[in-house]
Design a protein around this ligand. Structure first.
Ligand code: 4NP
Length: 149
C-alpha cells in the first residue's frame, strides 16, 4: 500500500480536490489517499461548496470529506506528502523531525512540466472560474502522478 497526503492551507478548497481526483485514478486496494490543511480554521467542515460542485460536474464526489489539520504523525502514516503551494510546503517542513520526514514532502506542481508557476493558486477568495482552473490544473497533474505510480 502506498499512502499519499495532499496538503493545502484550509483543507476545504484545493487539497480535497487533489485527494478526490487522484483517488479516482488509482486502484484503492493499493493506494490510500487523504488530505489535510496546515491551518486549523476549518477542522470538521465539508469542502467548499465550489470545490464540491466542480468535482461533481466532473463525476467525482468529494462531499463526504471533512477537513483535518496536518499533524506530525502524518510523516509516519504517509509515503508522499504533496504541498499545494510553497507556503504550505514551508509550513509542513517546519514540523519535520528528520531528513526522512523532509524527503517525503514535495511541491505538487513539480510533477507537472507544463506549468511554470509551481503554486496551485488559492481560489478561496476567487470565483467559479478560479475553481474550474484549479480543478483542471490538479487533474492534469494527477494524470501524470497516476501514470508514474
Ligand atoms: P485551501 O483554501 O487552502 O485551498 O483550502 C483556503 C481555505 C480557507 C482559507 C484560506 C484558503 N481561509 O483563510 O479560511
Amino acid at each position: 500500500m502506498t499512502s499519499i497526503l495532499m496538503v493545502c492551507l484550509g483543507n476545504i478548497c484545493r487539497s480535497p480536490l487533489a485527494h478526490g481526483i487522484l483517488e479516482s485514478k488509482l486502484n484503492t486496494e493499493h493506494f490510500y489517499i487523504d488530505s489535510a490543511g496546515t491551518a486549523a480554521y476549518h477542522i470538521g467542515n465539508k469542502p467548499d461548496s465550489r470545490s464540491i460542485s466542480v468535482a461533481k460536474s466532473n463525476g467525482i464526489d468529494i462531499s463526504m470529506q471533512r477537513a483535518k489539520q496536518f499533524k506530525i504523525s502524518d510523516f509516519d502514516t504517509f509515503d508522499i506528502i504533496y504541498a499545494m503551494d510553497q507556503s504550505n510546503y514551508t509550513n509542513i517542513i517546519a514540523l519535520a523531525r528528520s531528513k526522512d520526514d523532509i524527503k517525503k514532502v514535495k511541491l505538487f506542481l513539480e510533477e507537472n512540466q507544463k506549468v511554470s508557476n509551481k503554486n496551485v493558486l488559492d481560489p478561496y477568495y476567487g470565483d467559479v472560474d478560479d475553481f474550474v482552473n484549479v480543478f483542471n490544473t490538479i487533474n492534469d497533474t494527477c494524470n501524470t502522478i497516476a501514470k508514474a505510480l
